[in-house]
Design a binder for this molecule. Structure first.
Ligand SMILES: C[S@@+](CC[C@H](N)C(=O)[O-])C[C@H]1O[C@@H](n2cnc3c(N)ncnc32)[C@H](O)[C@@H]1O
Length: 230
């Protein structure tokens, strides 16, 4: 992991923690999707990688009603502080927290029933290596579910605000952000097959989110999308 990648997420964590949802999100659709895809059951031991401010880890722990073990892991300790606050607020005593690079996990082999990773595997350089590392810590027969963003053009919350800001300042919109780098159908499947996972399925999940407070939504989106440069 390069120190610039760490610095990048350290910087981003300020906006992410300032805009994090407390408790369970009013719209928990993505988290419920990954819980269903990973087939998570109460009583299991789950690792959530690149969990940021606790997604989907908090929703997973909430769904287990006190029976199980959920480890919420992220590269960036500041993100985890917010995840911990959310867990405390919801009395989720089955959650624990680990600052961890998903390329080199601080866990023994064969520990987890299932691993989740929501919008995280697009960022490390060696994605096959990261998937192999997840496999290493899975129990035999364990499951892993990754969720990645689809194409930039098909995700208006990202391109509408960037285009509006570029137009306002008379600047270029810039390159397509790295978060969309695994959007082409088959890309994630190929990574997981190369890593050696036994049975790989890739599915397109389409979702139109409901926005109740447009000012709050746009402000949050802008704060998360733009990094301060000194
Ligand atoms: C787009 S955020 C997603 C956070 C959360 N899963 C969510 O969906 O809200 C990406 C997260 O990946 C983390 N991250 C980036 N590279 C990582 C790595 N190599 N190992 C672990 N976490 C990483 C960042 O710190 C950040 O919290």
């Amino acid at each position: 992991m390069s120190s610039s990648a760490k610095d990048h997420w350290q910087e981003r964590s300020k906006a992410w923690t300032a805009t994090a949802i407390q408790g369970i999100s009013a719209d928990d659709t993505f988290n419920q999707m990954i819980i269903a895809e990973a087939g998570i059951q109460a009583g299991e031991k789950i690792l959530d990688l690149a969990s940021g401010t606790g997604n989907p880890a908090v929703s997973i722990a909430h769904s287990m009603h006190g029976d199980g073990d959920v480890i919420c892991a992220d590269l960036t300790p500041l993100m985890l502080q917010t995840a911990r606050q959310r867990a405390n607020k919801l009395n989720l005593g089955i959650m624990s927290f680990a600052a961890a690079d998903m390329a080199a996990l601080p866990f023994d082999d064969g520990q987890f029933d299932a691993i989740t990773c929501r919008f995280g595997i697009m960022f490390p350089e060696d994605k096959v290596g990261v998937a192999r590392e997840a496999m290493r810590v899975l129990k035999p027969g364990g499951r892993v579910a990754y969720i990645v963003w689809g194409a930039y053009e098909e995700n208006p919350p990202f391109h509408v605000s960037r285009r509006a800001v570029a137009k306002y300042f008379g600047t270029d919109e810039g390159p397509i952000p790295g978060r969309h780098s695994l959007s082409a159908p088959g890309t994630l499947r190929k990574i997981l097959q190369e890593a050696g996972l036994a049975k790989v399925e890739e599915r397109e999940l389409r979702y139109k989110n409901r926005v109740d407070d447009i000012d709050d939504y746009v402000t949050r989106n802008l704060k998360r999308s733009f990094v301060r440069r000194n």
